[in-house]
Design a protein around this ligand. Structure first.
Ligand code: UDP
Length: 250
């Protein structure tokens, strides 16, 4: 796999890549013979690792871990180890879909409420001519035991090479890490949170101006105010990062 530098941001090792470079790494994963995982943690997740250290191993075990979100990019700058930029999971996911539409590799959408993955499949197949979504399953199944094994069997039967796991954090990363050994055809497993809702059109991404001003989080907060509790991790993370840097300097 192409050799990119890893940058440690508050204990999580991020691959220092642009969106296009990340997609190239993804193409190598699809061509390879190993089952690879792709995680896209934002500031909230890095803060979760800081508060509950047992999550470090999980997130650092990803074969490609990219910085999703303005908070992580900002922290890297504060720590004087800047990353090339933000790699939004939802955008990387689409890049891989565009690639698979050309290569013919099958794709499986796992996650979100019943019907959403099918709608996402329909919309993406219209957008990317030639895309083969070979299977879907909603994300509301028991994450262990028989129900979980039945989902794995369905993915294997589909022959999909690219798998989107959209079960919410940190459940999706844990589930794929616990189950990847059982996968027979999938080569690239991307944990993409709410992306299927975006692809299906049931959730909207922030208008471009919010993204440009690094305020996508603000748009989300305005749309989904109940996220406030979770989102308090962001200022905590940034202030904590300044404090961490100051302590290191002394
Ligand atoms: N979800 C799911 N199964 C669950 C819980 C959640 O499939 O047991 C889905 C949910 O419907 C949504 C996604 O996981 O599509 C999580 O979206 P969110 O925007 O909250 O992403 P996060 O920030 O958690 O990555």
């Amino acid at each position: 796999m192409a050799n990119y530098e890893k940058i440690n941001i508050r204990g999580v090792n991020f691959l220092n890549v642009t969106l296009d470079e990340a997609a190239k790494v993804g193409e190598e994963m699809l061509r390879g013979d190993k089952v690879c995982t792709v995680f896209t943690p934002n500031a909230e997740i890095v803060q979760l690792c800081i508060e509950q250290n047992e999550y470090y191993d999980l997130y650092n075990s990803g074969d490609m871990v990219v910085a999703d979100g303005a908070g992580v990019v900002k922290a890297a700058k504060i720590l004087k180890t800047p990353v090339k930029g933000k790699v939004a999971g939802v955008e990387l996911g689409e890049k891989m879909l565009a690639h698979c539409a050309n290569s013919g590799d099958g794709v499986f959408f796992l996650g979100a409420k019943p019907g959403v993955a099918d709608e996402a499949a329909k919309k993406m197949a219209e957008k990317y001519k030639g895309l083969r979504v070979v299977g879907t399953n909603d994300g509301y199944f028991k994450k262990e035991g028989e129900e979980s094994d039945a989902v794995i069997a369905k993915i294997n039967e589909s022959g999909a090479k690219l798998l989107f796991v959209c079960l919410g954090v940190p459940v999706q990363e844990k589930w794929i890490t616990d189950n990847k050994e059982k996968l027979t055809s999938a080569r690239m497993c991307m944990c993409l949170g709410g992306s299927l809702d975006v692809y299906a059109g049931t959730a909207k991404r922030a208008p471009k101006i919010f993204i440009k001003l690094s305020c996508e989080w603000l748009y989300r907060l305005l749309k989904e105010p109940w996220r406030l509790g979770r989102m308090m991790k962001l200022p905590k993370f940034l202030f904590g990062t300044y404090a961490y840097k100051f302590k290191k300097k002394k």
